[in-house]
Design a binder for this molecule. Structure first.
Ligand code: OGA
Ligand code: MN
Length: 211
């Protein structure tokens, strides 16, 4: 996969910015070309097989703990330069970061993200992505790396609790992107009957490193 950069005024990105401004969230069903989704999925599986994914913790800093009753996914944070596919995704997210800054004046400085693998039956209980003691996370972005044939009966939905509305379920179909304001949308991941792969990330503004 060649390095892929798209301009920050690409219609796809402007649509996401617009959705965030009006609704606080956005769903794009074919955000990634299928070839890139497949390469990212292969990269995630390879890391899992090599034992690089670790049980995810809840909380932050010294308060971090592994609590499978809250979240049961295994994760690994991405760094630039690890694989062509992951660099390609980071490039796209950088264009989205610029688009968000231009359209919404969010002052986003960086993007952190991790691969996540939920074994069958694993879930992540209802939560909000912004930490209590660190308000740098502004916008959450999740891209699903599953087959394009994932069906609702396979489970694994992202359930979003949007204010004043019925809960909204996103089926984690491969190539689908969901973006939402990190401090405003409580959400949870429902258990699935099969392995569920994603890349989950956060656009962050500058902040003082707390304590
Ligand atoms: C998270 C999260 C949602 C998803 O990792 O914080 O809520 O659909 N992920 O994977
Ligand atoms: Mn979350």
């Amino acid at each position: 996969m060649r390095a892929m950069q798209i301009p920050s005024d690409h219609p796809l990105l402007l649509r996401i910015v617009d959705d965030l401004a009006t609704c606080g969230w956005s769903q794009q069903n074919m955000f990634l070309p299928e070839a890139l989704t497949l390469e990212l999925a292969a990269e995630c599986r390879k890391r899992a097989e090599e034992g690089e994914l670790a049980p995810a913790a809840v909380g932050r800093g010294a308060a971090q703990e592994i609590r499978e009753g809250i979240r049961g996914d295994h994760i690994q944070w991405l760094e630039p330069g690890e694989a062509k596919s992951s660099d390609c995704y980071l490039g796209l997210m950088d264009s989205l970061r610029e688009a968000l800054n231009r359209g919404l004046f969010l002052g986003l400085e960086d993007f952190e993200c991790h691969f996540a693998l939920y074994p069958p039956g694993a879930f992540y209980k209802r939560h909000v992505d912004r930490f209590h003691d660190d308000d740098r996370r502004m916008v959450s972005a999740v891209i699903y790396l599953n087959s394009s044939e994932w069906l609702p009966e396979h489970g694994g939905q992202l359930r979003m609790y949007l204010e004043g509305q019925e809960p909204y379920d996103v089926v984690p179909v491969g190539g689908r992107l969901v973006v939402f304001l990190s401090s405003e949308v409580p959400h949870e991941v429902l258990p699935a009957s099969r392995e569920r792969l994603s890349l989950t990330g956060w656009f962050r503004r500058r902040g003082n490193e707390p304590f």
